[in-house]
Write a protein that binds this ligand. Structure first.
Ligand code: ADP
Ligand code: MG
Length: 339
């Protein structure tokens, strides 16, 4: 098959996406597919002359255009070489690649692609909306408030509302983002304005959440079926950008050493959330478990990382599905899409 990998993009998760793209590209080669790879932010190929993926450094990370999908890519999808592509493998994280924009473009172009459709991607990218859906599906989620920011940042009224509702510590994070970018664990109320400034760099909507102290668990879901639970033990305490993407900064345990009832509870919650969101292919649902054993759902990632440190491939492996088989399953499910 001729597979076009889209990786890079102009979101804050660009570097991670380039790693995901390289891992996927190598796997697709091993599977015998013909691989093309393009960075939608620049319209340029991501393969060097020998067909090897460019690294995050060589792909060029400065002077990226503001448009999330370059005109070149939009045009190329319907003309020239890309017309023959059997499926587009989306290896983007954050921004237009994950929030449904690109999925919509591909639908308009009549192209098959992997993963969730436009609607599910847009819902999953909106953490507050996802939390509202969790409430309807009886899935526990940390208490929260959502604010829409104008240019003034955190107003005194917002600060009052937060201090009336939450005791420190609590979490301030962008409503639409990923990779823990723009997230602050607020230890003193005085930090609220600065935390809002950080979150607002990523999204106009800022989520304030009760802090859950405990363990970090995640459940990948493939074609509606939950995979074994992975526990993440970040050495620094918070599962932040560095802990996520630097080898040795986190310890991963799969299957997670938690009781069978916790496994059943969060696998069921993950399956239900995947279903109410209408996700497709591979997704990953993040949870926290507090010291008393209560589990809280944080979000669904519609485009989970696929690097060699990533959680979903780790979970798949524990279920007997190796990385290349996982890619093939994702492709087959993209080809079967009927919506
Ligand atoms: N309410 C919370 N309580 C404690 N830790 C949190 C909370 N929300 C987020 N975190 C920490 O930040 C990480 C990223 O948060 P998450 O909501 O999954 O956003 P994303 O992964 O999209 O950046 C979590 O894995 C966890 O380590
Ligand atoms: Mg997360």
């Amino acid at each position: 098959m001729k597979v076009l990998v889209l990786a890079g993009g102009n979101s804050s998760e660009r570097a991670v996406s380039l790693n995901t793209g390289a891992a996927i590209g190598a796997g697709l080669n091993r599977l015998g597919h013909e691989v093309l790879a393009i960075d939608p932010a620049t319209g340029r190929t991501l393969l060097d002359s020998s067909g090897t993926f460019l690294t995050a450094d060589s792909a060029g990370n400065s002077n990226l255009p503001v448009a999330p999908v370059s005109t070149e890519v939009a045009v190329a999808l319907n003309t020239g070489g890309l017309k023959e592509v059997d499926i587009v493998f989306i290896a983007l994280h954050g921004g237009a690649g994950e929030n449904g924009t690109l999925q919509n473009l591909l639908e308009l172009c009549g192209k098959k692609y992997t993963g969730s459709n436009m609607r599910a991607s847009a819902v999953a990218m909106d953490k507050a909306l996802t939390k509202r859906l969790m409430a309807t599906a009886n899935i526990r989620t940390p208490d929260w408030l959502l604010f829409h920011l104008d240019d003034a940042g955190a107003t005194p009224e917002m600060v009052d509302e937060i201090t009336a509702r939450f005791t420190c510590p609590f979490i301030v994070k962008p409503n639409e983002s990923g990779s823990t970018v723009g997230l602050t664990k607020v230890e003193r109320y005085g930090q609220i304005p600065a935390a809002f400034v950080e979150a607002a760099k990523e999204s106009r909507h800022v989520l304030v959440e009760e802090y859950i102290h405990g363990r970090e668990l995640t459940v990948a879901v493939l074609d509606g079926e939950p995979l074994p639970v992975v526990e993440i033990r970040p050495k620094s305490g918070l599962y932040d950008y560095e802990a996520k993407y630097t080898k040795g900064k986190s310890e991963y345990i799969v299957p997670a050493p938690v009781s069978d009832s916790v496994v059943v509870e969060i696998q069921e919650a993950a399956r239900k959330l995947y279903e109410v969101i209408g996700a497709a292919g591979l997704a990953r649902v993040d949870f926290l478990m507090d010291d008393s054993g209560l589990t809280y759902c944080l979000e669904l990632n519609s485009l989970p990382g696929m690097t060699n440190l990533s959680l979903a491939p780790m979970a798949a492996k524990a279920a007997g599905i190796d990385f290349d088989q996982l890619l093939e399953r994702i492709i087959q499910s993209g080809l079967r899409r009927r919506d």
